[in-house]
Design a protein around this ligand. Structure first.
Ligand code: SF4
Length: 513
């Protein structure tokens, strides 16, 4: 097959290359100081219906895990057909884009870039040809040895199409698929190190596998007369599916016409699931380790009220993610809960650049105060995390501007002192407020009356069944998978062998099949 376009599958057209409007520019983050989610992955075998349609609706439930690009690849047993583009799922897909995606097996991806730039060539699924036919791969997480593996692949004569670490997984799989699915995944897992939950589409099966530490989530279950694997259980609900199994560390799920089966592709090292999935990343209606995340976040609020009590008139959440913890804080402390800020739900990811005057308005673009709930009150402000402290500072000021008498900030994530290398985009160490300031200094910087964080022990306890099975590295610096010095998100942005990609400009175009 002639392949003059990166990651391009059979039938893929270049017709939309570079023809996109300004709506394909890199989206603007509205002063959101939260850690950025990673990616969401899905794999579906749907014998009674088009897999693309199931994946499309399931991907909506994973939109919170990545809003930069999205893609779906399907197969009818012969060809892989795929559509990927920059933007939200609702911007990437419409009826016209879904119709050509014919087949009962497929995988989907929604991306936030944690390795490689946010450009079309790095959108997923990643496409490759292999000894068993065309395949597509979707990845959530970060490989910590991808740089070394890329160099080895290039030395072996491979041409890499993307600057994302996920392509390393795809290329290694291609080399091993002739061994059969379990052995191929096993061979790949022997080489790659880091955090990964991956879905793979081959001409006759869907695979899903999770790293030996189980850092990123992956669940599998039934959907109609077929099967599905997805990053979070919330993806099953909109398509009438039901989770049957949490894929374990080092485990692979194989879905084909004979059903769904599991195998241990690599020995489990240790359960070290990301604590931030429980605090903020995953959707509150998802379950992990059998625990409902809304309940876990309420538990965190209760623990926070016990550890960091304060005399106040009202408990106010930072919407929306602070709501369950604020309710828990209120229940434990007996201080009434009130919403005092309304979130503009639709400005979160816009492609329209604000002018300088609008930029200076900061958090106003996203949050509007309910002044009657604020004026004259002593407020406990509950939020999930402080990264750089920029947004929290603006919210504290907004509350005082609206007449708050006192503002006491309470945070369910323990102080974040170390960066994440496992698929979460936070900030470099020097940008993390808790890495460069003491808690009293951060409180002064925020302009709050008091500041209290939940302890690592308290946050872990609140996770119930996950306690003792968590990655806590960004809080305590103990990385469960050792990280090479100098690792950054953009480590592969100037790879040695991507000359043909020079025509792909930032954020432009779509890739169609
Ligand atoms: S370092 Fe922090 S954000 Fe990253 S996986 Fe571990 S707990 Fe999650």
């Amino acid at each position: 097959m002639q392949n003059d376009w990166p990651n391009r599958a059979k039938g893929e057209s270049r017709q939309s290359q570079g023809q996109s409007s300004g709506s394909q520019a890199t989206p603007i983050e509205w002063h959101d100081d939260r850690p950025k989610e990673e990616c969401g992955v899905i794999g579906v075998y749907s014998p009674d219906s088009q897999a693309a349609r199931q994946i499309f609706f399931a991907l909506f439930a994973l939109q919170h895990r990545g809003q930069e690009s999205a893609g779906i690849a399907v197969t009818d047993g012969h060809d892989v057909r795929m559509h990927r583009a920059m933007g939200l799922i609702s911007q990437v897909f419409d009826e016209e884009k879904l119709l050509p995606l014919v087949g009962d097996m497929g995988i989907g991806h929604t991306r936030y870039s944690t390795s490689g730039a946010s450009v079309l060539r790095n959108a997923q699924p990643i496409y490759c040809t292999s000894s068993v036919g065309e395949i597509a791969v979707a990845h959530n997480g970060n490989l910590i040895n991808a740089n070394q593996l890329r160099q080895e692949l290039v030395q072996e004569g491979e041409t890499l199409d993307t600057t994302a670490d996920s392509e390393v997984i795809a290329r290694l799989l291609v080399k091993n698929l002739h061994l059969g699915p379990e052995n191929a995944v096993s061979a790949v897992m022997k080489r790659i190190k880091g955090a990964y939950s991956v879905t793979v589409l081959t001409p006759n099966m869907v695979l899903g596998f999770r790293d030996p530490n189980g850092v990123r989530p992956l669940v599998a279950g039934r959907i109609g007369s077929g099967w599905m694997v997805a990053s979070e259980s919330c993806a099953f609900w909109p398509v009438g599916g039901e989770v049957e199994h949490e894929v374990g560390p080092g485990e692979v799920v194989i879905i084909d016409q004979s059903g769904m089966r599991f195998a241990q592709a690599a020995p489990k090292v240790k359960d070290t699931m990301c604590l931030f999935e429980f605090i903020y990343f995953a959707r509150p209606d998802s379950e992990m380790y059998g625990e409902g995340l809304y309940q876990v976040r309420e538990n965190m609020g209760r623990e926070l009220a016990k550890e960091q009590p304060v005399d106040a008139d009202v408990v106010v959440p930072v919407p929306d993610s602070g709501i369950p913890a604020a309710q828990g804080f209120s229940q434990e402390s007996g201080i009434p809960f009130h919403e005092a800020m309304m979130k503009s739900r639709y400005i979160h990811r816009t492609f329209i650049q604000p002018d300088q005057r609008l930029r200076e308005l900061g958090v106003r673009m996203k949050l509007a105060p309910l002044k009657g709930q604020i004026n004259g009150k002593r407020i406990v402000l509950v939020d999930d995390s402080i990264v750089r402290a920029t947004t929290t500072k603006q919210i504290v000021k907004l509350l005082f501007d609206c007449g708050a008498r006192e503002v006491h900030v309470r945070i369910t994530a323990p102080p974040i002192k170390y960066p994440c290398f496992y698929g979460i985009d936070m900030a470099s160490k020097g940008e993390l407020a808790a890495a460069v300031m003491s808690i009293p200094e951060i409180c002064k910087h925020l302009g709050a009356n008091t500041l209290g964080y939940l302890s690592i022990e308290g946050a872990s306890r609140a996770t119930g069944g996950a306690n003792g099975k968590l990655c806590l590295a960004c809080f305590n610096g103990e990385y469960p998978i050792s990280v090479p010095a100098g690792m950054t998100k953009m480590a592969f942005e100037e790879p040695p062998d991507v000359g043909q990609l020079a025509t792909v400009t930032r954020g432009q175009g779509t890739l169609d099949f």
